[in-house]
Design a protein around this ligand. Structure first.
Ligand code: BTN
Length: 248
């Protein structure tokens, strides 16, 4: 049976996000580059991303205008869709995962998936988006330097072949794109679904901002995708990604 999605499997690459950027001119919208090994896998905040070769999924999806019509000011919707697609995929395999804002995926207090989105803009619009996803599937032993990692196998889920997992994931992801991305009112529906999946929402927890630790309650996200946090005085404040860290 021919695969439904245009998935290119690579043995070894520096980073699937970098390879996607190099190939973007010749790849169609919704193409996927997936690697067995990354030699320079990248994470958020300048971190690296590592995985035992062949045990986990490491892939990048290419979205391109004009198929994707998203304004630069709405770019957080892409991160929300990617996060929801991962939590839905994990739910299909019996795991209750939550989204640690903006787009880490957690099972309880353990990280099962990281997402690195790199957009290129043309004027007020996103011209292309590269959605890099590292989803831990089979790995059971992690380097001690990786904070609180987990995988589907460690959480007791059945783990089909990586290629089957990726096809399943792409089914969910592309469905979100066609149902919500270029549709009036779609972003609001996505935001509502995202809020319902947010990790630690409406619970008091410790956070650090500007070198100070405080207790706050995540209340939601703003139109621009900023984190909306309530402090102990009941005041609401918005945080950008680099302005706040969770105490886990
Ligand atoms: C993070 O949690 O810091 C984001 C991690 C993103 C990792 C994926 S693996 C596939 C793609 N290629 C990369 O170099 N990074 C992303």
């Amino acid at each position: 049976m021919k695969n439904k999605y245009d998935i290119i499997w690579l043995d070894s690459v520096d980073s699937t996000n970098d390879e996607a950027r190099r190939r973007i001119g010749t790849c169609d919208n919704l193409s996927v580059l997936s690697a067995v090994t990354q030699t320079a896998g990248r994470g958020q905040r300048g971190n690296s991303w590592s995985s035992v070769p062949g045990e986990n999924l490491m892939f990048s999806i290419i979205l391109k205008a004009p198929h994707m019509k998203v304004m630069a000011c709405d770019q957080s919707v892409i991160s929300q869709i990617a996060s929801l697609a991962v939590t839905d995929f994990l739910a299909m395999h019996g795991l209750r995962a939550k989204i640690k804002w903006p787009n880490d995926i957690y099972v309880d207090d353990r990280k099962i998936c990281g997402i690195l989105i790199e957009n290129s803009l043309r004027g007020d619009w996103i011209n292309s988006s590269i959605i890099g996803i590292g989803l831990n599937i089979n790995q059971r032993n992690f380097d001690v330097t990786i904070p609180n990692p987990t995988s589907m196998a460690l959480e007791g889920a059945e783990t089909p072949d990586l290629s089957v997992c990726l096809e399943e994931f792409m089914g969910i992801f592309s469905d979100y794109c066609s149902r919500y991305l270029n549709i009036t009112g779609g972003y609001l529906k996505i935001r509502t679904m995202y809020l319902s999946q947010m990790w630690r929402r409406n619970e008091p927890h410790r956070y650090v901002s500007g070198g100070e630790e405080f207790i706050g309650i995540i209340r939601g996200i703003s139109d621009q995708g900023l984190l909306v946090m309530e402090n102990e005085k009941g005041e609401l404040r918005e945080f950008a990604f680099k302005e706040i860290a969770y105490v886990i």
